[in-house]
Write a protein that binds this ligand. Structure first.
Ligand SMILES: NC(=O)c1ccc[n+]([C@@H]2O[C@H](COP(=O)([O-])OP(=O)(O)OC[C@H]3O[C@@H](n4cnc5c(N)ncnc54)[C@H](OP(=O)(O)O)[C@@H]3O)[C@@H](O)[C@H]2O)c1
Length: 305
């Protein structure tokens, strides 16, 4: 089985390389060897490599910057998946694509299901939705997984940003009215590979860790667990002030309700996805074990060397 992985150096891409290693031979071109914004080059790469599976973990994920760089966001998040769907159906191959809670309007308190009405609030959300729609309406064999609040022991993400800030500051303000499920890239990659192994019906699925919290709750949990592992943070979790989205203006609007129901996927796979807080412990432990074997002091936990 030949697998072409786009975005292999991103949070999810790194984890997909591990999770798919025993499903097939994974080819993950670097950005230097393949700029996925060059659609002609992507097309040529598919023709040359002839993959059985295309894993698309490439994305334009700079949510605020996307408000200005509309064309770049649309190219990577909408035009690229559309091309991949076309090439995949020509080849009779499989396309696995990822999307976001930001395609939903964020109203109410109920978890969004795969049947919920979409209504993105930002350029990023609109670009992701356009990509989803071209894959979902195509004739290729596809799985589209919508996830939320992705983080990992590596890469740029909220957990690592909070640890960096918590080492420097003794108080912080974090938004407490956006609710969602922090979801480790490793969990997404492992569940994706299981879905492919089990050959669940193709289509759209939500895939997040169980339960939900706010960014404020997530930050406090990160600090509590880091401190209990002996990390000398300056911050005390009690000194993380919860603030509203209104008090933290950003160029892109973000949904308040980012809860996604993963029930459809759980039913197909016959499992329950693990809770976000237990996944945080695993991910933080992974970071601490790799970077900080003696768990006593220092900011080297956050270097990616
Ligand atoms: N991050 C989140 O919180 C979140 C939440 C919900 C859904 N998602 C979705 O989950 C999926 C994976 O996200 P992620 O967090 O793993 O994203 P990520 O860490 O930003 O990774 C995206 C990857 O795409 C690559 N890429 C972007 N433009 C490229 C280009 N022109 N040429 C070559 N490579 C390019 C990036 O390369 P460089 O590293 O060189 O930039 C990076 O490796 C995406 O579909 C995203 O929309 C993410």
């Amino acid at each position: 089985m030949k697998i072409l992985l786009l975005g292999g150096a991103g949070q999810l891409g790194v984890e997909l390389q591990y999770a798919f290693a025993d499903i097939g031979q994974v080819y993950a071109p670097t950005r230097e060897s393949l700029d996925v914004g060059g659609l002609f080059e992507v097309s040529k790469c598919i023709d040359l490599y002839q993959p059985d599976i295309i894993l698309n973990a490439a994305a334009y994920t700079a949510v605020d910057k996307a408000e200005e760089e509309v064309d770049s966001a649309m190219l990577i998040n909408a035009s690229l998946p559309s091309l991949l769907a076309k090439k995949t159906s020509e080849r009779g191959a499989i396309l696995i694509h990822y999307s976001s809670d930001y395609v939903y309007p964020g109203t109410g308190n109920n978890p969004w299901t795969e049947e919920s009405n979409v209504g993105p609030l930002s350029v990023y959300g609109r670009s992701k939705l356009a990509g989803d729609e071209s894959v979902l309406s195509s004739h290729c064999r596809h799985w589209v997984f919508r996830t939320s609040w992705v983080y990992a022991a590596h890469g740029n993400n909220f957990m690592r940003t909070m640890l960096r800030l918590g080492l420097k500051h003794d108080s912080l303000r974090v938004v407490n009215d956006q609710i969602g499920a922090p979801t480790p890239a490793k969990l997404i990659a492992q569940v994706t590979s299981e879905a492919i192994r089990q050959q669940i019906p193709t289509g759209l699925y939500h895939l997040t860790a169980g339960g939900s919290t706010s960014w404020h709750g997530f930050a406090q949990a990160i600090f509590r667990h880091a401190i209990s592992n002996g990390i000398a943070l300056k911050i005390d979790p009690g000194n993380v002030e919860g603030i509203s989205t209104q008090d933290y203006p950003t160029p892109a609007r973000r949904p308040l309700n980012s809860r996604l129901s993963s029930q459809k996927l759980e039913t197909e796979l016959g499992l329950s996805l693990p809770a976000w807080d237990s996944q945080l412990i695993l991910t933080l432990n992974e970071l601490l074990e790799k970077k900080y074997p003696n768990a006593s002091s220092g900011s080297d936990i956050l270097s990616d060397a």
